[in-house]
Design a protein around this ligand. Sequence first.
Ligand SMILES: [Zn+2]
Length: 294
Amino acid sequence: MKPRFTITQVIWLALFATAHAPQLSATEEKNPGATIDRLYRVDCGHSLANDESVWTPGENKGKSIEFSSTCYLIQHGSEYIMWDTGVPETAIGDPKGWSTLPSLIVYHLDRTISSQLAQIGLKPSDIDYVLVSHTHGDHIGNVGLFPDATVVMQQAEYEWINSPPPSDPNLNTLVQLARKLLGHPRRLELVTGDVDLFRDGSVRLLSTPGHTPGSQSLMVHLGKTGYVILSGDVAHLEDNFERDIVPALNVDKPESISSMDRIKQIMTEYDAQLFINHDKHQADELKLLPDFYH
Ligand SMILES: [Zn+2]
């Protein structure tokens, strides 16, 4: 019988598995001070929803709310990493805006990622990794801008958008749009659970499912600022996070609550701050590219 893998493939697979196993404590001991160089907040759009209660069930019925859409650029030595890619650049300056679910929310984009990268002398082709928090259209709208980057997402998320459509019509629309926007990245890396990207504790994907089956957050370690967790959509608003409130458009509510609890524990353990992607009040207070955290 022919073996399924050659010896070289087995060695490669073993190395790959080691590189991606959740081994946070081991790497921390080895290199406790490893940090990224810079964390930039990139403006990836803003949106207006006419009924806040979709995100805060039982409260704020019929009240409109504005959300931010935020991406981040991380510099780790000579490598550059994008965390999420926001609303498609084709929406730039369109007064009608762009939408994932037009009856619920409309997004506007005032500046492109490319133009913001150019502000600090970078081009999209300088980006080595695109890390995907989850596959909602306002987070993966510009994956196609980085054809040479390695796109990293959770296997569960990839399987979800490529499975039979969800019965909820809104979720179904989101999944179909996700397949279209993600396309077929040339370098796609599907991971499971937590991943210490550079094996030095400085950039760690944290599995936080619930909002979608393969949702993830990201924790980075900065020399001066300390630990910062980028939420993905583990929570949309600071108040939701504090009170364990889960939006109506969500795949698994108990899982979402467990994921928020997990982030709270990690925040305590690492004395970490949480930057909540869609919380406009919070985002407006954060530094914006070309300014950065270090
Ligand atoms: Zn989302």
